[in-house]
Design a protein around this ligand. Sequence first.
Ligand code: 2M8
Length: 434
Amino acid sequence: MRRLAIATLDANWEHDHTVPSRTLYPHQWSWDSAFIAIGLAHVRPDRAWRELRTLFAAQWADGRVPHIVFNPALRVGSYFPGPEFWGSAAAEGAPAAATSGIVQPPVHAQAAWLVHRRAPSEASAQALRWLYPRLVAQQRYLTGRRDVGGAGLAAIVHPWESGLDNSPAWDAPMAAVAADAAVMRAYRRHDTAHADAAHRPTDLDYARYVAIVASYRDRRYRDRRYSDQALAGWHPFLVECPLFNAALGAAEHALARIAAVVGADPGPHRDRAARITEAVVRRLHDPVTGTFHPRDLRTDRLIPARTVLGLMPLILPDLPGRQVRAVLTEACSARFGLAPRMPRPLPTHDRTAPDFEPLRYWRGPSWMNTNWLLWRGLRAHHRPDLAAGLRESMLALVATGGCHEYFHPDTAAGLGSAAFSWTASLLLDTLAEG
Ligand code: 2M8
């Protein structure tokens, strides 16, 4: 399995970054690169740092780290929506490289810390010194311009920013976005040429994805908080996501550790981490369901769907005991099946829900990254029994399905891309840290 993982990562290496998949995602993706660096640290540490440096070289002046950095050498049409659709060059403060204008969960500080901790050296300390101000700027952007709700959390402006694109969590806010599936006749989807359409988002989903991007792009991705351009006034999709904000808080914990290495003050990071955890609990925890839910800022209501997103605040090391227990109850229920002995890792959606779809992307299949995050959270909260059960099931998943992008949650049959980078890299980390 280790050999398969290394071969997958080597085959997906593209001169200064790793593509998530040669067929489906041939450019550089933001949170993929963070997960990839974590695995590369075990086998190709220089490349792990290169991966993060390449991504942050495309950071915008306002601190946003774009979710895609486009490879200019690829032909037009190698991914949809491509650089011509995003039009980043027209936006103020965009880098020279063509990028998207949206972000993904900020798991990069955590990744940088793990890469350094794996083999601390003068070179890794130097890499941290380069990254530290950039990671701080990323946090500043997210907790500043993106604090649309005014409570100290970051709002996502597109389902793609969550990383769980078509999660049932987004059905309600997406239903309010005006779009017609027929507009997709004007475009050529790239994903359905490489993967089964029944395993991917629908055309109506895509029509809405495109409409939300167009709305943001046409305002040149401006998102000042207080002005006539404030996102709250016009943007069709604004949500506080539990995974995204748990990553935001965990990043401050990682930055506190990084600060100590680079000679900066860890104190402000610890303070910010505490404030984010408090806000995640206050804004996103529902004492009735016991789990966390996204908050739709357009209605100021919690979104009722119980998806794997609701378990992700477990990655916050300072999550209060009451919420830790509640999340574990949810994770160990029939909805998700966490146990000291479990045949399969957690699905991405509540197995008992009527809209659970075992084959469709983020609406049911098991993914390595959400399970890896939970595994880390279980260890942080001293549940070695559950962490061990989950780890075994993750290894069995890849042993059965290979380094696929996602997996049937019962059979472990591989779905999507057959050579997917973060499956390979997180497998390496899971194997190493047994
Ligand atoms: C998927 O998202 C992209 C859009 O960003 C797509 O569907 O084309 C998601 O699984 C996302 O989490 C991931 O980062 C990306 C690349 O692997 O693919």
